[in-house]
Design a protein around this ligand. Structure first.
Ligand code: PFF
Length: 468
């Protein structure tokens, strides 16, 4: 166990350094949300307009909420609901506010269950490209001699194989559980410190490869030409949801990680670094994926199939296609794992602290629950959930999509609104000011954003999202 930093409460683990905290938090933020969801959402929502509004959401809503969450965690030095309770107690406010973090812990558990399903697909594609590399050799394109429909059909055929989907999902979850059960310094921090640099190395290589071999100019024009006529309410809603998902907000993940930060860490500065790294990776992911997709003459707007279907087809025509494909999915695996670890850590920390259990026991309890829920969504892929699917919000949706929708459209925005009200209006301002590491104009701006802009904008978006 790492030595507790100054200010830590007894028995509580801490990151071994500020850079370990940054790597772990960036690891939580950078994941399938950046590599898979962001390019798909940008493609489905018209490219440039979505990207501009996304950046606006990160700066004006995501960043202030991120700082609010980590500062609650750092003050509380405990699992998320307990941290909120301690801030409330020290502010002489109702401890009932801890419900905002309890909801977050539950939402993290729900996200974990379906996140590991997609993690399973990533493992599947690592296998597909590894065996292809073996067959076609190093230099040629991927899947030599196979028809595009064949390559595109890999994903639906996986969906049709419930047993394989469940097996891969459990495999991904088991790796996540292994690291979380080892604790903060030798598990969670270890994954971040070793895998994040490897991720960045592969990511840089693939982006440069995409820029040189693909249609880079078309991708730049697509992502950065701001056509305001395309900025509809629906696009804005998609952008704010994506910003939250990508920054791991509204679900107690960042509160939990903030609790392992020591008193010396400047949280304002650290939050800025986390948000910049996450947004930088999302934009660069677009600049890595779209040039390759455009060079193959494929469409940008096919949605979730972009990474799992279009990209493998595009790799067919590329030099070193199998090798790059393999490297790409290994890189995505690293990014996904450092995020799933944070999703599992939030509920696990709550279970072992609340019920005074050993960490590995708590990991097994939470992991088993996520395994069951994830297995159900893998097994009943495409089958509308009885009862729920008749509601307008989840019309005809299967369990996977209901879980995705309920967390992104309800839990994340509601959790964030409550966090803003709590930090901006309820908690003792002196306590908050001591934690946030900001001064002068930056401090005033942050406070105004948390008190007024974020809750109002989020409430409007929530209402539009639920009624529109
Ligand atoms: N931010 C992660 C991603 O972009 O893939 C997903 C995520 C991780 C969401 C952790 C929420 C969370 F607490």
């Amino acid at each position: 166990m790492a030595a507790a930093g100054s200010g830590a409460r007894a028995g509580h683990e801490n990151w071994s350094s500020r850079s370990a905290f940054i790597l772990a938090a960036v690891g939580s933020a950078v994941g399938l949300g950046n590599m898979w969801r962001f390019p798909a959402e940008a493609g489905e929502n018209g490219g440039g307009a979505f990207v501009l509004f996304y950046i606006f959401c990160v700066l004006l809503i995501g960043l202030p909420v991120l700082l609010s969450e980590v500062l609650i965690g750092r003050h509380g030095q405990a699992n998320a609901p307990e941290s909120v309770r301690r801030v409330a107690r020290d502010s002489k406010a109702s401890e009932g506010w801890s419900v905002l973090a309890s909801m977050g812990v539950f939402a993290a558990f729900l996200i974990l269950s379906f996140y590991c399903v997609v993690g399973g697909w990533v493992i599947y594609y690592i296998g597909v490209f590894a065996s292809d590399l073996f067959q076609t050799g190093l230099t040629g394109g991927a899947f030599e001699g196979r028809a595009a429909e064949d390559i595109e059909g890999l994903l639906p055929s996986l969906f049709g194989n419930g047993g394989l989907m469940v097996g891969l999902n459990l495999g991904f979850l088991a790796v996540t559980m292994f690291f979380v059960s080892r604790g903060v310094s030798s598990g969670i921090e270890w994954v971040a410190v070793y895998l994040m640099p490897l991720f960045f190395l592969l990511f840089l290589g693939i982006t440069i490869y995409g820029a040189f071999t693909g249609n880079f100019n078309e991708a730049v024009a697509y992502l950065f030409t701001f056509d305001f006529s395309k900025l509809t309410g629906e696009v804005m809603l998609a952008a704010v949801g994506q910003a939250f998902f990508s920054l791991s907000l509204g679900v107690a993940g960042m509160m939990t990680y903030g609790a392992y930060a020591n008193r010396e860490t400047n949280l304002g500065e650290t939050s800025g670094i986390i948000a910049s790294a996450d947004t930088g990776v999302a934009l660069l992911a677009g600049l890595a994926i779209f040039p390759i997709v455009f060079a193959a003459g494929l469409s940008a707007s096919i949605g979730p199939g972009l990474m799992f279907q279009s990209l493998p087809i595009a790799f067919q025509a590329m030099p070193f296609g199998s090798l790059i494909g393999l490297a790409f999915f290994i890189m995505v695996f690293f990014a996904a794992l450092t995020s799933s670890v944070s999703l599992l850590e939030a509920p696990t920390a709550w279970v072992f602290e609340k019920f005074k259990l050993a960490r590995p026991v708590a990991t097994i309890i939470v992991g088993t629950g996520a395994a069951v829920l994830g297995a159900l969504s893998g097994w009943f892929w495409g089958a509308p959930v009885p009862g729920v699917a008749s509601l307008a919000l989840f019309e005809g949706q299967d369990l996977f999509n209901v879980l995705d929708g309920v967390t992104a459209k309800l839990f994340m925005p509601i959790g964030a609104i409550l966090t803003c009200i709590f930090v901006g209006w309820i908690a003792d301002a002196r306590l908050i000011d001591k934690e946030n590491g900001l001064d002068g104009v930056l401090h005033q701006t942050w406070r105004a954003l948390v008190r007024y802009v974020c809750p109002i904008v989020l409430a409007v978006i929530l209402v539009v999202g639920l009624t529109g």
